[in-house]
Design a protein around this ligand. Structure first.
Ligand SMILES: Cc1cc2nc3c(=O)[nH]c(=O)nc-3n(C[C@H](O)[C@H](O)[C@H](O)COP(=O)(O)OP(=O)(O)OC[C@H]3O[C@@H](n4cnc5c(N)ncnc54)[C@H](O)[C@@H]3O)c2cc1C
Length: 493
């Protein structure tokens, strides 16, 4: 028998782990359940976008992230140094068309080169240090919602079990059972392409060109990682998503796209996925919330899913903790869907556009050529980089149009984590107070969870625990409304 908890998180992937950390620092009881007995070793992305990395830095994981990135470059041997130089200048690509590099990209605007397994290891260590309970080998099979809470059921090698919670968070990936069982609508574009990623050996690797081979049938990418192969097969969506990927299937697709006459002699890993692009109509149904791939799916083009999901968790965690503590009403959670769904919709749209630009028919090729030329214009390159990196994200918090008011809804930049983020590690919001005589701090003194930091240069800013600028101004007007909206009055002792 399990004691009731505030929140059950289904899924100990990156999004579930960060959500559990956010709930833990926010003072909620949380239990994480994952069906896998050990963290996944499946190959996924090799980097995380700037906003996702920032979500980790805000919670004291900056040093671990920096060390993991150093290790990742060192592991490449002598090539690691030049890879680091290139990576630190890169703005990424759009449909494999490289965006022009910059002389140097500051840490708050660049990808961080730690793979998904490395990110999950950092999150697992932080969750453990906070005392968050992660139970592995537990496959959630059902739940019932009542007025008072949700009863969640699972099976594990020890047998069937259940727990009651006030809130259930589905962070259980693209095929989320929580999403399906709770009856969320999941509209969007159906799959049109089958994609593969594999680690394998070929009998005649010299017959397959290194780098990208593009034909009307699809794309084959051979390397740069040793034994790594990716394919986009334009002949249609996967016939059977659940069927294991076989050597014969890979050989046939490889031959059809590239013409290479090779045999697969060994497969370590092989995944099949698609360009299907869907997002739930609302991120909450009663007491059930979704985050990460459970809420939205899209192709991995541009490497955006991990960061998108991590920022979902950062946005939801402190809000759900405040509701679980009884500091805010349930309908306060509506801001989660209002802020995060448009961001997911924009990612879906740009991944679909990348698929359209990747096709090799004459019309698409002409479009691709025009688009490649457009990317040479700095304003276009920066606009596209803003989309794929997430840096263009702004929440609509009713920002004013003047220079200072425009900051509202944007994110506060913490640099390498030594200044602002150091003040946010325990999950509090921050008031950067540049007001004369500290009047802004006096306003904030009546609210819990806001740390006041005096600064010499304005504007003053109220920063939510997820790094979003809730208010900015030279003086106190508007601050009182923002404090009311995002924080709770301090309770009398
Ligand atoms: C081939 C590939 C390459 C990618 N490359 C990139 C990239 O370069 N950059 C990038 O940003 N993103 C990339 N992505 C996307 C990224 O991997 C996902 O967006 C990310 O994993 C989403 O995290 P999540 O925690 O939401 O879901 P997941 O990582 O899928 O985690 C879900 C967890 O839920 C658990 N679970 C599922 N069902 C149950 C259940 N019933 N009971 C209990 N537990 C359950 C699973 O075991 C799993 O641990 C890639 C994806 C793929 C497939």
């Amino acid at each position: 028998m399990n004691n009731p908890v505030d929140v059950v998180v289904v899924g100990a992937g990156p999004v579930g782990l960060l959500l559990a950390i956010e709930l833990g620092v926010g003072g909620a009881d949380v239990l994480v359940l994952d069906r896998l007995a050990a963290p996944s070793t499946a190959i996924k992305g090799s980097s995380v976008g700037p906003l996702g990395a920032e979500a980790l830095r805000r919670r004291n994981m900056g040093p671990a992230l920096a060390e993991a990135e150093d290790r990742a470059f060192a592991a490449r041997g002598p090539a690691g140094a030049s890879m680091r130089t290139q990576a630190l200048r890169s703005r990424g690509h759009f449909a494999a068309l490289p965006l022009p590099a910059e002389p140097a990209r500051e840490i708050e605007r660049r990808m961080i080169w730690v793979d998904q397994q490395g990110i999950e290891a950092i999150l697992s260590a932080r969750a453990a240090a906070l005392g968050v309970e992660v139970r592995r080998g537990c496959e959630v099979t059902g739940f019932e919602q009542g007025d008072a809470g949700v009863t969640v059921r699972w099976t594990s090698p020890e047998g069937a079990d259940s727990v009651t919670c006030a809130w259930l968070a589905g962070c259980d990936g693209g095929r989320s059972v929580v999403r399906k069982m709770a009856g969320f609508d999941f509209p969007g574009a159906p799959a049109s392409v089958t994609m593969y990623q594999a680690l394998l050996d070929l009998d005649h690797p010299e017959r397959l060109p290194r780098g990208a081979t593009r034909t009307q049938a699809g794309v084959v990418m051979n390397g740069p990682r040793p034994r790594w192969l990716a394919m986009h097969d334009y002949s249609g969506p996967p016939a059977d998503r659940e069927a294991p990927v076989t050597r014969e299937e890979i050989e046939a697709v490889l031959r059809r796209i590239s013409g290479a006459d090779v045999r697969v002699t060994a497969i370590d890993q092989a995944n099949r996925f698609s360009d299907s692009a869907r997002v739930v109509d609302s991120y909450r149904r009663d007491r059930v919330l979704l985050a990460g791939d459970a809420a939205h799916i899209h192709s991995p083009l541009g490497g955006q899913g991990l960061s998108l999901g991590l920022v979902d968790a950062a946005n939801l965690g402190w809000k759900l903790a405040a509701v679980a503590r009884g500091d805010k009403p349930e309908n306060w959670l509506d801001s989660y869907t209002a802020e995060r769904r448009p961001v997911a919709q924009a990612v879906l749209a740009n991944t679909l556009a990348q698929i359209a630009l990747s096709r090799q028919d004459p019309q698409s090729l002409a479009l691709r050529e025009m688009f490649a030329r457009l990317l040479g214009f700095e304003a276009v390159a920066e606009h596209i980089a803003g989309l794929t990196s997430g840096l263009a994200t702004r929440y609509d918090l009713g920002s004013a149009r003047d220079e200072v008011g425009r900051l509202i809804g944007d994110r506060a930049i913490g640099g390498d984590g030594t200044s602002l983020f150091a003040a946010m590690g325990d999950g509090e919001g921050v008031l950067l107070d540049a007001s004369s005589g500290g009047t802004a701090s006096e306003w904030a003194a009546g609210f819990a969870g806001v740390r006041c930091v005096r600064v010499n240069e304005g504007p003053s800013m109220l920063i939510r625990p997820d790094g979003c600028i809730a208010w900015a101004g030279e003086d106190a007007p508007g601050l009182a409304d923002a404090l009311e909206r995002w924080f709770a009055p301090r309770r009398r002792a």
